[in-house]
Design a protein around this ligand. Structure first.
Ligand SMILES: [Zn+2]
Ligand SMILES: [Zn+2]
Length: 182
């Protein structure tokens, strides 16, 4: 159990962390031509895809919010390096992950169905939540070490990208001839 001082400390930490990740755009809402730049890093190593958490490094989110003729446009690049396992051969691979996102920001939504527009809450945006959602929605459903990965032999388990299948010997025609003689 926590004692009282520990609970208090924990709460304070959470408040500070959330405050840092909130993008406040109030300053530019009424000033066309103005903009805000941001450059943040998020830890998404807890996001689990079927038992694998590929974001082993910090996820960087670099972008801008611009007021273009009274409309707020958000755009950012989300980048990280993924550590995952090839679905066919099981080899661990590292590969870059990159998403570009562009959305309009609005203080009220006229069309709830339109996901091109994000709703501001009290003139701000939860950038950590948006980064998390963008990361999850853009994750590949299939991971391959290379497009033409040959996978593992179902018979002997050999990784066919780097070695010959060991079952082949048994189906070698010469071996079959020899077996007939025996
Ligand atoms: Zn592979
Ligand atoms: Zn084999």
């Amino acid at each position: 159990m926590f004692d009282k001082s520990e609970v208090l400390y924990y709460n304070i930490t959470c408040v500070i962390v959330r405050w840092i990740m909130r993008l406040d755009v109030k300053r530019i809402i009424n000033t066309p031509g103005d903009g805000i730049e941001f450059n943040e890093e998020f830890d998404l190593s807890d996001v689990d895809f079927g038992g694998v958490c590929p974001a082993v490094r910090p996820v960087s989110v670099v972008g801008t919010v611009r007021n273009i003729a009274g409309m707020l446009r958000l755009r950012f690049d989300l980048d990280t390096e993924l550590s995952c396992v090839c679905d066919r051969c099981g080899v661990r691979i590292e590969k870059p992950f990159h998403v570009e996102l562009e959305r309009m920001l609005a203080t009220e939504l006229e069309d709830e169905e339109n996901d091109e527009i994000l709703l501001l809450e009290d003139g701000g945006l939860e950038l950590d939540e948006l980064a998390r959602e963008t990361y999850i929605l853009n994750m590949d459903t299939k991971t391959l070490c290379r497009e033409d990965c040959k996978g593992l032999c179902p018979g002997c388990g050999a990784n066919l990208n780097i070695e010959e299948c060991h079952c082949k010997k048994e189906t070698d025609p010469r071996w079959a001839e020899l077996q007939k003689l025996l």
